[in-house]
Design a protein around this ligand. Structure first.
Ligand code: NAD
Ligand code: TYD
Length: 350
């Protein structure tokens, strides 16, 4: 029996990871630790919250003393660390929040694990979940590999890069048993509608304009969130100590092409004449420091740990749109209150 701490389990990716682990490993105890910021929502987990191996702890990873106490109390033997501030645009308006949660919060967890494990690392693992954005921006060709130099440009990616370095430093300095993965853009159910795909689905639904940054030519590599959760499961169980694994969908899309595909499917699903949603596209001021292209080479993960994405994008995007349209209550709930204030501030000057 393992006691696995999953941080950020009420968020987008974390909730899919918690679900997978709770259902697949009934012999393990799964502790979901989350502060429940605007991005965390326990509605994401109603289907598993009554399971005997699921536990929720409301806590802030920035509180180092509390992390230390929780480790002493629960004796976690593994950590899968996803809790983070995750949205680039918010990091541009409020970088300190990102330093606190992503850097200080990560170091607090590293300290708590190190202190509690006391050099007895048998059966222990600290798994840090990171992003491909730490590698910076690619030109028209090439891919990020695990040996690509770090070159972050946004406060978000700089804070994640910093946390990755701290995790590696705890391995190299104190022998803490760590593993890291860096994943490309995720999409799927339960993503907070400030990120491109759920934001545009929600805007189309409400006939609101679709704010495309710059010329819409930036490229992202999209992976279905459940495939990311599957990769996390594989790396957690089979990844080599101290190693990094890149995770990606091999699925590059120019923003504007992706948006047009979404518009077409939304017209179909909402029974609107073809072209209705595309007319909502509005080109707005570009994001500051906007990375041009991300593309992941996930060959190491595929070769060494035998993982491949299970879902083709054409199917994944349809499932995703269908989910947001059948879960409008969820969308309405998370976009009320504070979110509206954020939305007005974020887009008013663009
Ligand atoms: P998210 O913003 O949806 O969820 C983050 C969760 O962390 C929320 O539940 C929030 O309440 C919690 N949290 C935030 N600050 C906290 C704090 N101080 N203490 C405790 N909990 C806190 O993020 P996501 O998209 O699910 O991303 C999860 C992780 O995966 C992040 O580390 C992110 O950097 C990484 N990642 C995300 C993507 C992506 O496309 N979304 C891609 C690669 C890697
Ligand atoms: P996003 O979902 O914020 O992810 P990331 O910036 O972490 O890759 O954005 C994906 C792409 O979509 C990125 O190139 C920025 C662009 N974008 C827009 O054009 N308009 C928007 O309103 C948002 C949120 C993003």
């Amino acid at each position: 029996m393992k006691k696995i701490l999953i941080t950020g389990g009420a968020g987008f990716i974390g909730s899919h990871v918690v679900r997978l682990f709770v259902n697949k490993y009934p012999q393990h105890q799964i502790y979901n630790l989350d502060k429940l910021t605007y991005a965390g929502n326990l509605f994401n987990l109603t289907d598993i919250e009554k399971k005997p191996n699921y536990h929720f702890i409301k806590a802030d990873i920035v509180d180092g003393e509390h992390m230390m106490k929780l480790f002493e109390e629960y004796k976690f033997d593994s950590v899968i660390h996803l809790a983070a501030e995750s949205h680039v645009d918010r990091s541009i308006s409020n970088p300190m929040e990102f330093v606190l949660t992503n850097v200080i919060g990560t170091v607090n967890l590293l300290n708590a694990a190190r202190h509690n494990w006391q050099n007895d690392f048998e059966g222990k693992r600290f798994y840090h979940i990171s992003t491909d954005e730490v590698y910076g921006s690619l030109g028209a060709v090439g891919f990020f590999t695990e040996t690509t130099s770090y070159d972050p440009h946004s406060p978000y990616s700089a804070s994640k890069a910093s946390s990755d370095h701290m995790v590696r430093a705890y391995h190299d300095t104190y022998n803490l048993p760590i593993v890291i993965s860096n994943c490309s853009n995720n999409y799927g159910p339960n993503q907070f509608p400030e990120k491109l795909i759920p934001l545009f689905i929600n805007n189309i639904r409400h006939n609101k304009s679709l704010p495309v940054y710059g010329k819409g030519e930036n490229i992202r590599d999209w992976l279905y969130v459940v495939d990311h959760a599957r990769a996390i499961d594989v790396i957690f169980h089979k990844g080599m100590d101290g190693e990094t694994y890149n995770i990606g969908g091999n699925n590059e899309w120019k923003n504007i092409d992706l948006i047009k595909v979404m518009c077409k499917i939304m017209d179909e699903k909402l029974g609107r004449p073809t072209g209705t949603s595309e007319r909502l596209i509005t080109y707005v001021k570009d994001r500051a420091g906007h990375d041009m292209r991300y593309a992941i080479d996930s060959g190491k993960l595929q070769r060494e740990l035998d993982w491949t994405p299970s879902l083709q994008f054409e199917e994944g995007i349809r499932i995703t749109i269908e989910w947001y349209l059948t879960n409008q209550e969820w969308l309405d709930e998370v976009t009320s209150g504070n979110y509206l204030k954020y939305y007005e501030e974020q887009y008013v000057e663009r």
